[in-house]
Design a protein around this ligand. Structure first.
Ligand SMILES: Nc1ncnc2c1ncn2[C@@H]1O[C@H](COP(=O)(O)OP(=O)(O)OP(=O)(O)O)[C@@H](O)[C@H]1O
Ligand SMILES: [Mg+2]
Length: 511
């Protein structure tokens, strides 16, 4: 009896301590055990699943086949997963499907066979793989496009050269008309190959020291005319902006491209903000964004209040010829060019978009190296004052589970105690229960487009001693400035580096 107790206790401890989900089922597929890690993975409490069929955890497209699998195995002994392991998908309580690795073992008790499944969450790995795959895909498309464009350019040079020679020998007007048409087409072709070469990072760049604020100020008049009266264009330019190193003409054309995209996303008019900021990218942030190296950059963001992009569109926007615009309206080369130009310049481009709310496209350009004198001074300052943390309790409110997880990780690394909520309602109930919360760090754009200001307003009214820090991927200028006197709340712009996060949190706690 004692031995039995011992082994039951041991088993309990094993199940409780396991990081991976562990589930056992009988030969009918009924769930017998469901450990705490499985509860976390599937969002079910064990009492909600015990005794029910394992099919409830399998995406519908495969669930129907599951009985067949067990039956076939019991009959034929043919192993398809048992002892082998497999990458599969699983179904959560909230209906979301996520990638897992499943390994299965079996045992028998009293003549009944049981199966034990160990479930390892693959979401994080899949995400990195996807990002890597995407960047490799872009690399491959770039190689291919570059090769074709290069050869094509040579052909076009021969064509236009010969047309020019021919022009000198023609005297009839009709013949000249034919020739002009051919020349125009060849010129359009040359323009196209030029754009493709830019995407393929084979454009001819002349990087110079650039004051991007000045460049933008000069561009604003032109943009106002191009975009039309129903687009409200504003700028938010950083003081003491670092000097950038980039091709002036290309920066201009990139900004025009981005502004026109923004206009097209706002057919009934809207707000457009061009913003500049100094950005130090630390290794922690660089890890999140494949293709961005740690270092110092000037970020130019084009922020619109347009229709935004779906997840599907977002995955493809940088591919050449990808467009959602009707034929004749867009060639799908705008973002490809900006992408290629940013990469070739040693910079980067990111897009943050939310459907029906708007889009922020950020262009990172490297800081000019001779600007370093100032840089080393700043460096010393920031190095001697490493990211400041604290012991306070912070409530993080963020609807995107990945961002929430990252934020919690980052703040824990700074020593803080963390609580989290995925929406305003959950946050309010936590605030009621926990008296130790000292700061609420909340995202402004919540699902369904509900204004995130409701929560900060609520907190500052009900709990005036609790500090607030807001975060958003959109410019504060865009998000409902009627509801709030902007100065009341501090705002941290997404994406942010670990050091800006640390500084902003400390600042808010001490304010
Ligand atoms: N600011 C934005 N808001 C919403 N969707 C956008 C935005 N910018 C780009 N897109 C989407 O990305 C697609 C690709 O953009 P891209 O600039 O590469 O090509 P395009 O604008 O369609 O054509 P082109 O720029 O060659 O005239 C667009 O068709 C649109 O669906
Ligand atoms: Mg475009």
């Amino acid at each position: 009896m004692r031995d039995k107790n011992n082994s039951t206790n041991k088993l309990r401890a094993l199940l409780d301590a396991a990081i991976d989900g562990i589930i056992t089922i009988d030969d009918q597929g009924n769930i017998e055990t469901f450990n705490p890690a499985a509860e976390k993975l599937f969002f079910y409490k064990s009492k909600e699943v015990i005794g029910r069929n394992i099919k409830m955890l399998i995406p519908h497209k495969w669930a129907a086949k599951h009985d067949g699998y067990i039956e076939r195995y019991l009959k034929t002994g043919k192993k398809r997963i048992i002892g082998i392991g497999r990458d599969l998908e699983a179904l959560r309580k909230d209906g979301t499907v996520f990638p897992i690795h499943l390994s299965v073992g079996e045992y028998a008790v009293g003549g009944i066979r049981y199966f034990v499944g160990i479930i390892h969450d693959q979401s994080a790995r899949k995400k990195t793989e996807n990002a890597l795959f995407n960047s490799q895909k872009m690399e491959a498309i770039g190689q291919l496009t570059g090769g074709i464009a290069h050869d094509f350019n040579n052909l076009l040079t021969v064509i236009t050269g010969n047309l020019e020679l021919l022009e000198m020998q023609l005297d009839s007007d009709t013949q000249l008309d034919f020739l002009k048409e051919a020349e125009e087409a060849a010129n359009l072709g040359a323009e196209l190959t030029h754009r493709l070469l830019t995407f393929a990072r084979r454009g001819v760049l002349e990087p110079v020291e650039l004051d991007l604020n000045k460049l933008i100020k000069n561009l604003v008049q032109l943009l106002k005319r191009t975009l039309g009266a129903n687009i409200n264009l504003r700028t938010s330019l950083a003081k003491d902006l670092w000097v950038a190193l980039a091709d002036q003409g290309q920066v201009g054309s990139a900004l025009i491209n981005l502004a026109i995209n923004a206009r097209d996303a706002m057919p009934d008019g809207g707000n457009l903000v061009i913003e500049t900021r100094n950005e130090t990218i630390d290794s922690c942030y660089a890890e999140q964004e494949i293709g961005l190296l740690p270092g110092e950059y000037i970020r130019i963001s084009i922020i619109d209040s347009g229709e935004g992009m779906s997840q599907k569109t977002l995955q493809k926007v940088f591919e050449p010829f990808f467009t959602t615009k009707p034929a004749g309206k867009g060639t799908g080369l705008g973002l490809s060019m900006v992408y290629g130009f940013a990469k070739q310049s040693g910079g980067h481009i990111t897009i943050y978009s939310e459907e029906n709310i708007g889009t922020t496209v950020s262009l990172y350009l490297p800081r000019q190296a001779n600007d370093m004198a100032v840089k080393t001074q700043n460096r010393e300052l920031s190095d001697s004052a490493p990211s400041v943390g604290g012991k306070e309790t912070i409530l993080v409110v963020e609807d995107d589970p990945r961002v929430r997880k990252l934020t919690i990780k980052r703040l824990k690394a700074l020593g803080y105690e963390l609580l989290s909520a995925e929406d305003g309602k959950k946050a309010k109930s936590l605030l009621k229960k926990r008296a130790d919360i000292q700061l609420v760090f909340t995202d402004l754009v919540m699902p369904g487009g509900v204004s995130g200001y409701q929560l900060p307003e609520f907190v500052s009214r009900q709990y005036p001693s609790i500090k607030l820090l807001l975060t958003s991927g959109f410019a504060e200028e865009l998000i409902s400035n009627t509801e709030l006197e902007k100065s009341r709340f501090q705002l941290l712009r997404k994406p942010y580096s670990q050091s800006s996060l640390a500084a902003a949190i400390r600042n808010a706690l001490e304010s």
